[in-house]
Write a protein that binds this ligand. Structure first.
Ligand SMILES: Nc1ncnc2c1ncn2[C@@H]1O[C@H](COP(=O)(O)OP(=O)(O)OP(=O)(O)O)[C@@H](O)[C@H]1O
Ligand SMILES: O=C(O)C(=O)C[C@H](O)[C@H](O)CO
Length: 330
């Protein structure tokens, strides 16, 4: 755990930073007495869990409460194969979010996280030795949105990282379009990889009407690699030595809850690139992991092993070849 006398010795393949949330998930609109599932989630934990499952040594910089809840969350982090070495513990409240359906059946998040311990993350928590030694550092727009100190921590981390990965994760209940756009435009030039989703983020934050246009715009801003995720349809890739390419998503065996699909994609893709895979191969792993994650409820309800992800990616390729699937996006 993080304190001034003890520092982690070995470098991590991937360091993820952000807030961990207690998750309350229901299948229906919230009402008194509806059945709900309790979990531990948040974009940073979802990404870290996927990266660890994909074979990376993962550290997670996050602030937890210094009580039994914080200890229980740390135990779950270890269970997910993530190192607890970068966790910090402070007095305060753990952030909570409720995942439920609105009256039209659309998924919605409600937050109770204002002033949470997670949002106390700040630049002093970012250890230059750890962050500059990591194979990749992953942060997202949520960490930029929850507090000024957390955003400053992300900016510091981006300046230190060998490979900085940024997922815009625009959440209108946490931040404005203007602030989310400013964070993306500030960080994009420093990114090894940026992963906006289409059409929500690419349209609201970049003013682009196609995934290919968004990928080209982010490359022109200086991003080394771009993966624009398009939900169940697929992913638009563009990068260093990689022309604009579309890869199809892999059909999900079961769709229970979309929460964390993007995070599973980002964590798996990042881990596989740090471990030596090319952008398209790593993205295929990411698509396979995300396609399996939607079968579990909540952000970390089901995290596939590398063997399960590999088998699903292979089965998806075989299916695509058998169906003679052609790239479907320009
Ligand atoms: N229903 C699905 N079936 C198969 N694959 C899916 C499905 N939904 C998402 N995926 C995969 O996950 C990737 C990321 O999904 P999406 O574009 O929804 O991310 P996101 O909007 O960032 O998600 P999040 O809600 O986690 O922020 C997609 O590119 C796709 O490969
Ligand atoms: O929206 C947030 O703040 C979360 O971190 C909750 C979810 O776990 C995350 O957004 C899923 O991508």
């Amino acid at each position: 755990m993080n304190n001034s006398t003890q520092k982690p010795a070995a470098a991590f393949d991937v360091v993820v930073m952000g807030e961990i949330l207690v998750e309350v998930a229901t299948d229906v609109a919230f009402a008194h007495g509806v059945p709900a599932q309790l979990g531990i989630s948040g974009d940073a934990l979802n990404v870290a869990a996927a990266a660890a499952a994909a074979g990376a040594r993962v550290g997670l910089l996050s602030v937890l409460t210094d009580d039994d809840l914080g200890k229980a969350i740390a135990a779950r982090i270890v269970e997910l194969g993530i190192s607890p070495d970068l966790l910090a513990f402070r007095t305060g409240q753990q952030g909570v979010y409720l995942v439920h359906c609105d009256p039209d059946g659309q998924r919605e998040f409600s937050y109770a996280r204002s002033g949470s311990v997670g949002s106390s993350l700040g630049p002093d928590d970012v250890d230059p030795g750890v962050f500059s030694a990591a194979g990749a550092v992953v942060a997202g727009g949520i960490a930029c949105a929850i507090s000024g100190s957390s955003r400053a921590a992300v900016v510091k981390a981006a300046g230190l990282a060998q490979r900085f990965v940024f997922d815009p994760n625009f959440r209108p209940r946490l931040t404005s379009v203007e602030d989310a756009t400013a964070a993306l435009l500030e960080l994009a030039p420093r990114t090894f990889l940026v992963t906006p989703s289409f059409p929500g983020e690419t349209s609201a934050l970049l003013g682009c009407s196609t995934a290919a246009e968004a990928a080209a715009k982010l490359r022109s801003l200086g991003a080394a690699n771009v993966a624009v995720t398009c939900g169940p349809e697929g992913i638009q890739l563009e990068g260093e030595g990689q022309d604009s390419t579309w890869i199809d998503s892999i059909p999900a065996p079961a769709v229970v809850d979309q929460t964390g699909a993007g995070d599973a994609f980002v964590g798996t893709l990042t881990a596989r690139m740090v471990l030596g895979d090319t952008l398209p191969v790593a993205a295929r792993y990411g698509a396979a992991a995300a396609s399996l994650v939607v079968g579990g409820k909540g952000g970390t309800g089901f995290i596939p092993t590398l063997a399960q992800t590999r088998a699903h990616a292979a089965a998806g390729s075989a299916l695509a070849a058998a169906e003679g699937v052609q790239p479907s996006h320009a």
